[in-house]
Each structure stands twice: as C-alpha cells, then as structure tokens.
Design a protein around this ligand. Sequence first.
Ligand code: SAM
Length: 310
Amino acid sequence: METNRFHTPVLLEESLSLLRPVPGGTYVDATVGGGGHAAAVLDKSLPGGRCIGIDTDREAIAEATTRLASYGNRFVPVLANFGTLDSVLARLSVSEVDGILFDLGVSSHQLDEPSRGFSFRADEPLDMRMDRTQTLHAAEVVNTYTVQELTEVIRRFGEERYAKRVAASIVRSRSKRPLETTGDLASAITQTLGHAAGIKSLARVFQAIRIEVNRELEQLTNGLEHAIRLTRPGGRIVLISYHSLEDRIVKNVFREASRATRPSGTSLLPDVPIRPRVRVLTRKPVEASPFEVRANARARSAKLRAAEKL
Ligand SMILES: C[S@@+](CC[C@H](N)C(=O)[O-])C[C@H]1O[C@@H](n2cnc3c(N)ncnc32)[C@H](O)[C@@H]1O
C-alpha cells in the first residue's frame, strides 16, 4: 500500500488563523521542514504572496523545494539557522515581513530516517545534528563531556531527576568502549534506571543531548528576538513548541516584549514607561484537539503561542 510521505502539519488551521496571511504578503517559515505549513501559507497569500522557507537541514530544504516547486519563485528556500534570521533577510534585501512561523524541533522525516540518530526506538549512529555540516554531534557529547557537564546537560535540557545517575552510567559504559549508537546510549540509561524508568526517561535524556548538540534554546531566543524586530506593525509571529523549556522561552520573550513599563531599579522611583513591541494573542497556549492527537501522536505535546507586532 502506498503511504502519504507528507505528514499533516501540526496545528495547521490554528497557526494559519493566527498568522492570518494576506494576498501579496511576505512570510517566513523559519522551520520549513517538509513544507506543509509553507504550502498552506502560499495558498492563503494568493495572489502574489511569498514565503521564505528556512531550514538548517539540507535534506529538509531539498524536500521542501521539490514539494513546493509548483509555486515558482513565490517560495524562496534558504539553508540557514533561524538564529541568523536577520542576516538571512538582509541577504534577500527584505527589511520587514508580514508574519513569521516557527514549528520547532525535529521533523517526522528526521525521526524516521535511520542515519540521523534522533530516535531511541532504533539502533542508529549517535548523531542528532540537524545541520550535518556542524562538527559537534551526539557521540562527541556523550563520549567527551565530563560527568558534571553531562549531569548539567541532562538536568537542564531534559529536566531528568536522575540526571546524576544517568551521567555516571554513561561515563562507566564509555570507559569500557565508546558509545557509538543510539542503542548504546539507551542501554547506558536503562542499565542504571532499569526498564521501569521507561520511555519517559529515555525521551528526556535524548531530548537533552539533542538540545545541547543543536544549541536549540540559544537559537530559539535569538530567532525570536530577530522575528520581533523584523515583523512589520500588524504582522504576526506564531510559534509551535514541543516541550516545556521551549514554551517557557517563548512565553517569557513575548511577555517581556509586551511590557509597557520596566522597573526603575529603585523602590524610590516608579517603573519607567516603555513602548511595548508586541501584543500577546494567546494568553494560554493553544493545544491540539483530541481529534488531531488521535491522528498524529506528535501533536500531543504541541503548544502554540502568537503575538502581533505593534
Ligand atoms: C517540526 S519540523 C517542521 C515541519 C514543517 N512545519 C512542515 O510543515 O513540514 C522542524 C524543522 O525545523 C528545522 N529546524 C529546527 N531548528 C532549526 C533552526 N534553529 N534553524 C532552522 N531550522 C531548524 C528542523 O531541521 C526541521 O526540519
């Protein structure tokens, strides 16, 4: 049986109704992946709208370019990290855009591809790089970081309560032989926590190493700041995240940017008025409907937040 190789984008209707593409507008899909969201943005911005599709993964850019070929030069693929959004737009001589969408994390394609090493469900080389031209990869993190560094990564980026035990077990395992595959890393985790620790601990540790390899939180903070600056007044920034660390960053960056005052620094003086840069459109994050979650397990943890540039 032939299966559809394009996955349905997460929270598609909700993200489009908040992004509100208009005919002729210029949009950025900062994480174009397989091009699902971008195709919808291009359809909604007819006639004449453009979508600049960024991804740090060469294969994603190739896939999106093929899928969106029928849109001609309305789709502009760019291989780059969204942490450098300002220079991407400067190179294209674009000073302002009408909206920016981020759909963070790894794509289903990256998870399913056997050589990428993102998944603990298969035994693959320990890689986890979204940009395969960068040098740091997962095997280097698990085989060269000190036990303290590993503990810190697993605690901060995985929020795993047994971070210290897991880090010690990784260091014990690698003293016998280097960890080369996702299976080696998974065994080091289950050896210390037992199978009862289950999928959740595996997922948390794998998430932590992936965030470290790709500097994901740093890039997110940079990308969001650039997005706020580069969106024209009335334009919107829409972001879908998949874990609490990302969602917290988005919530805080939007909240900071929406403030009308900043503390004066002394209790003797009142707060200083400042010009808010955005209006937050989602007091609480939008989540997928039970219907969507049944059809797509990945949507379960998705949280969408949006803001309008003032
Ligand atoms: C969840 S997928 C996006 C799926 C896409 N919305 C679609 O409809 O097919 C996330 C994509 O973001 C890319 N990505 C993650 N972090 C990135 C970053 N800092 N800069 C650019 N692309 C990034 C990944 O390579 C992946 O292809």
